[in-house]
Structure formats: structure tokens, C-alpha cells
Design a binder for this molecule. Sequence first.
Ligand code: NAD
Length: 499
Amino acid sequence: MQDLTHYIDGAHVAGTSGRFADVYNPATGEVQARAPLASTQEVDAAVEIARKAQPAWAATNPQRRARVLMKFVDLLNRDMDKLAEALSREHGKTLPDAAGDVQRGLEVVEYCIGAPQMLKGEYTDSAGPGIDMYSMRQALGVTAGITPFNFPAMIPMWMFAPAIACGNAFILKPSERDPSVPLMLAELMEEAGLPKGILQVVNGDKEAVDALLHNDVVQSIGFVGSTPIAEYIYATGCANGKRVQCFGGAKNHMIIMPDADMNQAADALIGAGYGAAGERCMAISVAVPVGDETADRLIEALVPRIEKLKVGPYTAGNDVDYGPVVTAAAKQNILRLVESGVEQGAKLVVDGRNFSLQGYEDGFFVGPHLFDNVTPDMDIYTQEIFGPVLSTVRAKSYEEAIGLAMDHEYGNGTAIFTRDGDAARDFANRINIGMVGINVPIPVPLAYHTFGGWKKSVFGDLNQHGPDAFKFYTRTKTVTARWPSGIKEGGEFSIPVME
Ligand code: NAD
């Protein structure tokens, strides 16, 4: 059994708290490693190292800082296969999907190479008589991020790339379920030239998170994970005077209009609903066909596609559509919700409950499920399932369909499939959800745009990556300067006297 470490001050460091979390191989169900769970003292020691290292990094000119990120991109590409393998082994997602996880983070790093341009301040010459005014964007100091299990490469990079490009030190508290890739990323950043102590990884659970929330040196906290924890971290961090941005859960609706290309919509739903076993915050978990005839056609198109899905371990390479879910507890929770759907009267059109994979009976595999006739009062509709379960809610009209998405407490992503530009435009304008796809099922914005939901999917004012990240990870300082007239008119030869 391998004992994983923290990454502190440029070195792998064993945990000293005596507490550990099991890290599984979800495909086999075996415990393959233990992640140390940091104590408050271990977190505070890392923060102190970061505090000492940060001023020199902030004083390094922005172009030199960006060069570290440039080199880091090369190293990510060099080690892509190794990173993807380590990621799949702990998370369970397929190898191509794991490489995509690294790639989407890498794109944020590429964007942050432009930090010198983003950090330029503003300047007004002669704002008053002899007065100039200028603003600077200065690093916050020590920043921290708490990340979820489902994107162990991309989400840490969403946070640490801009934080570090801006001159901050960053402490990453990754998910205790799959901490190996975050540790590898920290090593690669130092190989790329990052000074020790600027990016540290502290593994842990609530105790480590609370230590970060209550440490006065920590200036900002970024969080991505489930909504109850997002709410807790936002409230506690703000109460402690920190800058906080928290991203929570989701229940993403896809509306299928009667005029949609049904094959295109069904293909899109298969990828968006079942890809990564549904463990994506931008997964589509609710299909809303408009009209019974549309719903019947949709179900008819979906069923054969779902029956063809290949569920298996990442070691099957490209020959698998999705892998196991992350833990036995996650699997039990998904199956519990499926049972509740059946009990509450939804029609289980594709039943994956008895799914079992020969040779991997102890793995955390969940077969694909499709529900029809789901109603908004059911638990499978109100709760985030985070598994390969697609719920169909039949709407009588476009207004009813858009109303469903708008009334749901989550507001991360949504999509409409239609050939009608007017409906699509109306949808994009009225919907109270942060990321909208038009004939695109998973509308994840690219690195140079910003990522963020609305409603209970987000707590805070600024989005992830894009220009917002440079606002989140810096403070603006505005200087108004007037200089007394100098000696430019020549030396004064007679003794000055007061008039
Ligand atoms: P989670 O909330 O269980 O854990 C997220 C992080 O919080 C982990 O680092 C964990 O160690 C820590 N944590 C857990 N319990 C805590 C507690 N009581 N106090 C303090 N910290 C605690 O989430 P998860 O299961 O890792 O990830 C899945 C969730 O993340 C889903 O709800 C998904 O929708 C959401 N998610 C959201 C986005 C987004 O951008 N909105 C992106 C990815 C995932």
C-alpha cells in the first residue's frame, strides 16, 4: 500500500497527523493508496512557508513568471500519458477523458501566459494640474483553493495558474479521493522553474479546509464542489474577511424542441448524460422534450444508443464509453436515488440496476439508466444524482420547458436543441442560468471566456478563468501623484528667503 504525501516547500512530505483517507482504484474496488489528512498545524506550517516565499515571487517581473507557465505547458504535454493514466487509475474516467481533463486545464495555463498584458494598470496623464493618476493590480499574497474529485487536473489549474501568474503563492487542497495528479502538477511546476513554496499541495479533509478558512494569512479561497460545502465555505470565508468564490452543484436541463434534429439531439444527450459516468458538473441530467410526440421520438432514439454503451475500466483504452463512479458510497447513493424514482412513480425505461462487469465485480460500475415521466416533485429531479442517470420530464410547451429550468434551484448549464433561431434567441436571453448551449449539449466556455453558473451553483461575484481570474487574484491600487516643481529650470544661487 502506497502512502501518498503532501507537497510542501518543494518536497514530498509525509503526513504527521496519523489520519488518512483511502484512495481506491474504482475499476477494481481495491484500496491502492492512502492520502494523508493534514492537521491544522500542518496547514499553518505550509501557509507560513508560502507567506515567506511570496514577496520575492510577486517582485519577479510578470514576463518571467509567465515563462514558468510556458515551460509548464511543455511539461504537461511531455507527461500527458502519464498524467492521464494516474488520473484514470484514481478517478475511473476513461483515458481519452482523463487526457481531456489535463488538456482543458492546460488551456487555462496557456491563457495565463498572457498575464503581463492582463496585469497592466491604467493611467491618466494630467488628471488635475500637475497630477497623474494610475492604477496597479497587485497580488493578494497567500491564496488557497479547495477542489473536487471529478476534475483533479483541470480545476486545480483553473485556480493556481492565474493565482501564480499574478504573483501569489497558492495552497491547493485537492480532493482526498484522487490526489496523485495534483501532486504531480506541483512537481512539474517546480521543474518548470517555480520557486519553492509558491505552489504547495496539502491533502486533507474538513480539518485542513477549516485551517485555511481560519488562517489570517490566507487572503482568498477558491472552492469547487457540492453546494452545501460551497455555502459553508463562502459564509465562513467571508465572515473571516477573505475574498471567496465558490462553485457548487448542478442539474442541467436540455430542452428538445419539436423541430430539433432528433438524431443530433439523441447523440448529444448520450455524451452529455452518460460521459464520465455522469460525474460532470456540466453533464445533462434532465431532458425536456416539448410535446408528447417529441418525447416519444426522443425516447425511441435514446434507448438503442444507451443499450450500446460500453461501460468498462480505463485499461480498455478507447474501447469504453464510460468507467466506474468514484466510490462505493457514490454508487450506493446513485442506486438509492434510482429506487426513489421508481417508488415515486417515474418510468424506468432503461434499467441499469443489475449491471455487473465480469472480472470487475467489486468495481464501482453503474449501468446506464433512463427515466421517463419524471415530475418536478421527485427526488431524482430535485437532487443532483452525479451518475449515469438521465431523467426525462415531458413539457407541454416551450414556456413550460423554460419554466422548469428557470425554477430549478441550480443554474450551472443548460441547452436547447432546435432549428428555430427565434426560440434559441429567446431562450438565451431569458434563461437564468450561467452557461447556455444552442445545439451544443455541454457549453463549457474556453479558457479565455469565463466559467460560472447562477443561482445555487455559485457563491461569489467573479467567474473562473478568463479575465475574471485576474480580478479575483489581484487587488487594485490607485495612485494619485503630484510632484513639487523640481530643479528643471536650473539651480538656485541666492539664499532662499521666506516671502
Ligand atoms: P465535495 O463538496 O464533496 O468536495 C469538494 C471539496 O470539499 C473536496 O476537496 C473535499 O475534501 C472538501 N470537503 C468535503 N466535505 C467538506 C466539509 N464538510 N468541509 C470542508 N470541506 C469539505 O464535492 P465532490 O464530491 O468532490 O465533487 C462533486 C461536486 O462538485 C458535485 O456537486 C459537482 O456538481 C460539483 N462540481 C461543480 C463544478 C462547478 O464548476 N460548479 C465543477 C465540478 C464539480
